[in-house]
Design a protein around this ligand. Structure first.
Ligand code: GSH
Length: 150
């Protein structure tokens, strides 16, 4: 029987790939805050009175560029924590090494494509494809985890 120590270990290539892609995605998600801040300063769109220079200025909530980056960030929050959680459980099912590593890789690249297509190039179907890759992989891994119980 394989022990948890053997699985959750950076010498295990599957766990290594998981840690790598999860960290890339967490850093990518954190970068969305910087991107939002950049758009706020560029467009002078601030959500709180105390962020404004004078009391005559008013908070704004409808700048299209700020809202676009915020939607991309929200979409990350809907998908990346789910991927990280389910992928961890998936590793515990002892998946085939090559398959698991490629799933993590494709999901990670998918989320990067989603961000670039949504927040920078504003293109479809690249955004939808990027989203679908990580979403479908997370669902697949979720079913694999549930199947391990039967
Ligand atoms: N909460 C999402 C939505 O409102 O659209 C659920 C569906 C989804 O995540 N769709 C992807 C997307 O980029 C691919 S089209 N949605 C845009 C968004 O979340 O702002």
């Amino acid at each position: 029987m394989v022990s948890v120590i053997d699985v959750i270990n950076l010498t295990n290539p599957v766990f290594r790939a998981y840690v790598f892609w999860s960290t890339v995605l967490v850093l990518k998600m954190l970068a969305m805050s910087i991107l939002t801040g950049r758009q706020r300063f560029r467009t002078k769109t601030f959500a709180n009175q105390e962020d404004l220079k004078s009391s005559s200025e008013k908070p704004k909530f409808d700048d299209p560029d700020v809202e676009r980056v915020r939607r991309a960030h929200r979409n990350d929050m809907e998908n990346i924590p789910a991927f990280i959680t389910v992928a961890f459980f998936y590793i515990l099912t002892s998946p085939a090494e090559g398959l698991a590593i490629n799933l993590f890789r494709i999901a990670g690249i998918g989320r990067i494509v989603h961000t670039v297509a949504y927040a920078i190039f504003q293109t479809q179907p690249a955004r939808g494809i990027g989203w679908m890759l990580c979403y479908a992989i997370t669902i697949y891994m979720g079913f694999q985890v549930l199947c391990a119980f039967f």
